[in-house]
Design a protein around this ligand. Structure first.
Ligand code: NA7
Length: 538
């Protein structure tokens, strides 16, 4: 494409991660003219940026890969039950090559603004140098965990050693040996990186503000026999994912924890604790994420495990969450994470007890001590779900800004479109099922639904589509009603849009959809089968 020239496409996609790549493939296959802009120098999105040691799936590898191409399923072998980031990135590069996707992707281009022109029913997109292109439809495939957030700690820039945010990890190898390393953050990322750094660092200091409830991953290599079995079972795997709440292989138990005996409960928790993946979170009794008393039985079980695994009981106590129950925040999956704290080279600092005062040239000063460091790793998370959208100045009809419309929380239909913003779509948008999901499963569904909508418009000779306000109101109410019963809405986390490193982000706005993938799919299908009556089309 001739840069800076106004070019006409049917569709512009922003982002070459799991969702953008598949959307590009599908639309091109259906004869749409598509251009994809990507800020990075390669494909992969999350898996391109998050190169920190220890980054890996929490989804079973073979439930995460794309399902749309039988040939791809035949050609690709995952090496582990939960693949590490380099393998996932190789997989997405393989997909891009196999389907020749790169020819329609412009890399190293960060979109900064997008605006709708009602006179021509087109969207134009800009980067910092100016106008790039125009298209009838614009699809934001910018990811839910894309914009890294640094902590608001005084002196962060004054540190003289190496400093890395996990989501901006260098492309060259980083060695920890003979180094004193500090890690800030103990979310899903922090837990993964801590396990790795502890293996070779001379000394590792973990600065923990809030402990999270973790569960064992139980990863291992896939044997040849398993490979054959996995390949033969793909149809069944995807069928299970389609019907499960969050599109994992783990299906929740129909019983309530409070309806069975203490022995039965214990046996169930132990079985799930010993099983790979998210079972303890996703395949548990149905009341554990809803009823505080049921949740307490599970939290008590996991607390006991932590006490058994960590030798020093004062350290174990610090690692046991006290302000939220198991599964009410994202559950980090771990491999010998708790045992790390039995190592002589690892120290855990509870920064609620002794807060960080500042980062100095030489390390981290808490109210109790100066921790001298050669490297600081920030595992401090993201401006989740809305971050990447808010980095783009998006203006719809009458120049209305999306950020202004959503200042009191997102309002969407299906998490895919928003009134006042015709011809604009979100993949993994706020309030879409994909936000609380084994993502590619929900992404494939969204892409296919959206592609069918665009084909429908083309067949009808229509140029403009926009959700009706009533449909958006109904969906937004449904999102909040279906979440209200869950304990996770009573806890601060990125699910709830709380991020105290960002101004004005200490109020809870539920950002996900927690009505379950089957319910979400049903609603999408009803809308399509009903001839898209929820949408105004012109
Ligand atoms: P998370 O889950 O948002 O975790 C961020 C961690 O960083 C968490 O432990 C925070 O403590 C900690 N944090 C953030 N800011 C600070 C400051 N200022 N001081 C000290 N500690 C801080 O991000 P992740 O990258 O781990 O995971 C995000 C998702 O990516 C994950 O859920 C997976 O889906 C993949 P806090 O809990 O706020 O006290």
């Amino acid at each position: 494409m001739a840069a800076r020239q106004r070019a006409d496409y049917d569709v512009i996609i922003i982002g070459a991660g799991v969702s953008g790549l598949y959307q590009l493939y599908r639309l091109r296959e259906r004869g749409f003219r598509v251009r994809l802009f990507e800020a990075g120098s390669g494909v992969g999105g999350t898996w391109y940026w998050n190169r920190y040691p220890g980054a890996r799936f929490d989804s079973e590898s073979y439930s995460y890969g794309y399902s749309f191409s039988p040939e791809l399923l035949r050609e690709w072998n995952w090496s582990e039950h939960f693949a590490a980031q380099p393998e996932t990135l190789r997989y997405l590069e393989f997909v891009a090559d196999k389907f020749d996707l790169r020819r329609d992707i412009t890399f190293d281009t960060r979109i900064t603004a997008a605006s709708f022109d009602a006179a021509t029913d087109t969207w134009t997109v800009h980067d910092s140098a100016g106008l790039l292109a125009a298209a009838r439809f614009l699809i934001m495939a910018v990811g839910a965990l894309t914009v890294p957030v640094m902590p608001t700690i005084e002196g962060v820039d004054s540190f003289k050693g190496e400093a890395h945010h996990t989501a901006r990890w260098p492309h060259h190898p980083v060695s920890f040996s003979a180094k004193r390393v500090g890690v800030i953050g103990t979310g899903a990322t922090g837990v993964q990186v801590i396990q790795e750094v502890a293996k070779s660092a001379q000394h590792l200091t973990v600065f923990q503000r809030t402990p999270n409830w973790c569960a064992p991953l139980h990863n291992r290599p896939i044997t040849d026999a398993e490979q054959t079995h996995i390949r033969a079972g793909y149809a069944e795997t995807f069928a299970i994912c389609r019907e499960s709440f969050a599109a994992f292989r783990h299906v929740s138990d129909r019983r309530n924890a409070l309806d069975v005996s203490a022995e039965e409960r214990e046996a169930m928790y132990q079985k799930l604790y010993d099983s790979p993946g998210f079972g303890l979170w996703m395949a548990n009794f149905r009341d554990v994420l809803v009823k505080p008393e049921a949740n307490k039985t599970l939290s008590d079980f996991v607390a006991r495990k932590i006490r058994e695994r960590v030798r020093d009981q004062a350290t174990a106590a610090k690692l046991i969450p006290s302000n939220h129950g198991f599964g009410t925040r994202r559950v980090p999956l771990e491999t010998r994470y708790y045992e790390v704290y039995n190592q002589a080279n690892v120290e855990l600092i509870d920064i609620r007890a002794t807060p960080i005062e500042r980062v100095t040239a030489d390390g981290i000063q808490t109210t109790a001590a100066l921790h001298a460091l050669d490297m600081i790793i920030y595992a401090t998370g993201f401006d989740a779900v809305l971050g990447a959208l808010s980095k783009i100045e998006i203006r719809g009809r009458d120049s209305q800004a999306l950020a202004a419309k959503w200042s009191g929380g997102p309002r969407t239909l299906l998490g895919m479109m928003s009134a006042g913003f015709p011809n604009l779509f979100f993949l993994v948008g706020p309030h879409s099922a994909a936000t609380f999901c084994n993502m590619p499963r929900c992404i494939e569904h969204s892409v296919e639904w959206l592609t069918a909508l665009l084909e429908h418009l083309r067949t009808q000779g229509k140029h403009r589509v926009e959700t009706r306000v009533e449909a958006e109101d109904a969906w937004t109410s449904h999102v909040h009603e279906s979440a209200a019963r869950l304990l996770l809405t009573q806890v601060d986390s990125w699910f709830m849009g709380v991020n105290r490193n960002l101004p004005g982000r200490d109020t809870r706005h539920f950002l996900l959809y927690a009505g379950g993938f089957p319910t979400y799919r049903r609603r999408c299908e009803e809308i399509a089968l009903g001839g898209y009556a929820e949408l105004a089309v012109a």
